[in-house]
Every structure is written in C-alpha cells, then in structure tokens.
Ligand binder design. Structure first.
Ligand SMILES: [Zn+2]
Length: 191
C-alpha cells in the first residue's frame, strides 16, 4: 500500500511537471508575440490604400481547426503552419491566369496581384513582387542544408513560400508560392 501511494505521488508530480512545462512554453510564446506591435500598416486592394490592421495571433490548435475544413486543401495546414511545400505542378494556381488578388489562406490578407504573376516554369505560382512589401515578412530558412529566404504573411506570420533572386525585371525576384497557402478572388477590371 505504501509503495502504491509513493508510486501515485510520483506519477502526480511527473504529471504536474509536464503540465507546468507545457504552460510555461505557452507563456513564452505569448510573451514573444507581445514584443511585436499589435498593429501593422498593409496595402488593401479593396480600399486601394494602406490601412492599419490588427495582427492575427492564434494557437496551433486553433489554426489546425480552422485550416482543416472547407475551402482548404489537405495541405493547407502543413504548408501555412508547418513550412511545408506542395509538389510542383500540383497546385490549383500554378497555371492560373485570371485577373484578381491572391490572399493569405490563413487570415485573408492581400498578398499578390495577378498583374505580377508570371510563368516561371517551376510548377509553383510565381510572382515578381508582392502586392506591397508591407504585406509580407522575410525569415532566413536554413532547412534542408540550404540557405533560403522564407516568405510569410505579415499579418498572421503563416508560411506562404520562398523568394529567390533569379526572377525577371524590375528587381530580379521570384516569389515561389504554394497554391494551398493562397485563396484567389477575381477582381473587376473596371474598378
Ligand atoms: Zn495571413
């Protein structure tokens, strides 16, 4: 009986320790985010000007729940929140040529315009610039023994793709994106 109690106490202590570690990680996460300003200035296609928006912060559980249902592809969560990449030529926007705006599939922020899309031959939707520099952020990505520049949505920090320096004029940039990280909305040309 004594041994059993000791065993139970040890089990409870381990449980408490795991809970404490988990909650302190979560706190660290929140503290990290509080260092960033809560609002950013980004370009809005609908408003045709720069607007101030609140950043979007969600837990990974919340993202998982949101990005698992319609209209998302199975890959959406893996790409947006886990830095995944869809197979070349598999995405719905690789050969897409309609006129309109490509928004972040996680938070809806405007990211790319069809005017800046071109056929890079890579099998991923490619653009020579974002809709505005303010609408994306860049991070150094050292995964897979390469040094690449990761591109994320500036509002929700979700991964959308990478930028390379072998693109066309004016800046020689190639924004290599994942279709599953974007949601397209057609625009009227008469606006
Ligand atoms: Zn976003």
């Amino acid at each position: 009986m004594k041994n059993y109690r000791r065993y139970l106490t040890a089990l409870l202590m381990v449980g408490a320790l795991i809970w404490w570690a988990g909650s302190s990680f979560a706190k660290e996460d929140i503290m990290d985010k509080s260092n960033q300003s809560a609002q950013i200035k980004v370009y809005s296609v609908d408003e045709d000007r720069f607007i101030t928006v609140d950043r979007v912060f969600k837990t990974e559980e919340q993202w998982k729940e949101q990005l698992s249902g319609e209209p998302y592809e199975d890959l959406a969560y893996k790409i947006l929140r886990r830095q995944g990449t869809e197979p070349a030529f598999s995405g719905r926007y690789a050969k897409h040529t309609e006129y309109g705006v490509y928004r972040c599939a996680a938070c809806g922020q405007d990211l790319f315009h069809s005017d800046h899309k071109y056929d890079s031959g890579t099998g991923w939707p490619s653009y020579y610039q974002p809709i505005a520099r303010e609408n994306v952020d860049f991070h150094e990505d050292r995964s897979f023994f390469m040094v690449r520049t990761e591109v994320v949505c500036s509002r929700c920090q979700s991964h959308i793709g990478h930028v390379f320096n072998d693109g066309p004029a004016p800046d020689g940039e190639r924004y290599c994106m994942n279709s599953a990280a974007l949601l397209f909305e057609p625009l009227s040309r008469n606006r």
